[in-house]
Design a protein around this ligand. Structure first.
Ligand SMILES: Nc1ncnc2c1ncn2[C@@H]1O[C@H](COP(=O)(O)OP(=O)(O)O)[C@@H](O)[C@H]1O
Ligand SMILES: [Mg+2]
Length: 280
C-alpha cells in the first residue's frame, strides 16, 4: 500500500479512504459519503476526521479494535449521535439528522446486535413496527390497522430477501437468533432503504446462523442496497466485503480491497502493527 502525505496530523490512511475507486470503474455517486467526521465525548476523541464512501451494491466491512470508533461512526450515520464536525451526504446531497428516525426516513436503516425485535409480536407486526398501515374508517377517520395487507406485504418482503420463515404469523420470540436477525435485516430492506448499517449483527449467533446472515448481506447488496458491516469475525468480513475499512484510534488507517489483501494484512492494520514506521 502506498503512503500519502497526511493533510493534517492524522495517521496516513493508505490509499485515501474517502476516494477509493477500483481502477477503471466509474462508480458514480456514493450512496453515503462522510467527510471529516469528528466526535468527542468529553475528553475522549472517538473519531478524528473520518472520510468514508459507500457505493451502490457494495459491501463495506468496518473493522477495528474495541474503542476504535466503529459504533460511534455508525451511530452518526444513522442519526443517533451528532458529530462535532464533518458532513454526511446521501446520494450526493448533504444531510443532517437530529434523530435516527430522520435518518430512517431517508433510507438509512440500522441493524444492531440486540436485534430490537418485539418477542411478543408476530413476524409481520415486527416488520411493520412503528410504521403501521392505517385504513380509513367509515367516517373517514383512521379506523383499524390493515392487518391482512401488512401480513401479505411482510410475506412478500421476506420472500424478496429470500428469508425462509414458516409463517409471518409466528411470534418473533419463538424464532432462532438467526431468524430474528434475518427479520431485522429484512425489515431494514423492506423499507426501501438506501443503505443498511450493521453493527455486530452476528455477535450473538452460532456459526451456522452467522453464515445465514452473511448470505443475507450478499443478497441485499446484490439488490443494489449497499451494506456497511461491522464484525469481529474477520475471516467472514473479509470474504463477504468488497473492501475493508480499518479504524484505529478514531481514524481510518486502511481501506483495502478484499481481493487485493489478506486477513493477516487487515489484522496488522487493526493492531497498529502496519502503522509501524509510518506513525508520527
Ligand atoms: N456515549 C459515550 N460516552 C462516552 N464515551 C463514549 C460514548 N460512546 C463511545 N464512547 C467512547 O468512544 C470511543 C469509541 O467507542 P466506540 O465507537 O463504541 O468503539 P467501537 O465500536 O469501535 O468499539 C471509546 O473510547 C468509547 O469509550
Ligand atoms: Mg462497537
Amino acid at each position: 500500500m502506498e503512503s500519502q502525505e497526511p493533510a493534517n496530523d492524522s495517521l496516513s490512511a493508505g490509499d485515501g479512504a474517502g476516494t477509493f475507486a477500483p481502477a477503471g470503474a466509474d462508480r458514480g455517486v456514493p450512496t453515503v459519503s462522510v467527510r471529516g467526521i469528528t466526535k468527542h465525548f468529553g475528553t475522549i476523541q472517538a473519531l478524528r476526521g473520518v472520510d468514508l464512501d459507500i457505493y451502490p451494491s457494495e459491501i463495506v466491512g468496518l473493522v477495528g479494535d474495541n474503542g476504535a470508533g466503529k459504533s460511534t461512526l455508525v451511530n452518526i450515520i444513522s442519526g443517533g449521535v451528532q458529530p462535532n464536525a464533518g458532513t454526511i451526504s446521501v446520494e450526493g446531497k448533504k444531510v443532517s439528522f437530529s434523530s435516527s428516525l430522520e435518518a430512517r426516513r431517508l433510507g438509512i436503516e440500522t441493524v444492531y446486535q440486540d436485534l430490537a425485535l418485539a418477542p411478543d409480536l408476530s413476524v409481520w407486526a415486527n416488520i411493520f413496527l412503528g410504521r403501521e398501515k392505517p385504513v380509513k374508517g367509515p367516517l373517514g377517520r383512521l379506523g383499524w390497522l390493515d392487518r391482512k395487507a401488512m401480513a401479505n406485504q411482510a410475506q412478500a418482503d421476506l420472500e424478496r430477501t429470500r428469508i425462509r420463515i414458516d409463517s409471518v404469523n409466528a411470534l418473533a420470540g419463538r424464532l432462532s437468533g438467526g431468524q430474528r436477525q434475518a427479520i431485522a435485516v429484512g425489515r431494514a430492506v423492506a423499507w426501501g432503504s438506501k443503505v443498511v448499517l450493521m453493527d455486530e449483527p452476528t455477535a450473538a449467533l452460532g456459526v451456522e446462523q452467522q453464515e445465514r446472515v452473511g448470505e443475507l448481506v450478499a443478497t441485499v447488496a446484490a439488490q443494489g442496497v449497499p451494506v456497511l458491516l461491522i464484525s469481529h469475525n474477520l475471516p467472514q468480513v473479509h470474504k463477504l466485503a468488497h473492501r475493508v475499512v480499518v479504524l484505529f484510534q478514531g481514524q481510518v488507517v486502511a481501506n483495502l480491497r478484499s481481493d487485493e489483501s489478506s486477513v493477516d494484512e487487515v489484522v496488522s492494520w487493526i493492531t497498529g502493527a502496519a502503522l509501524g514506521t509510518r506513525r508520527p
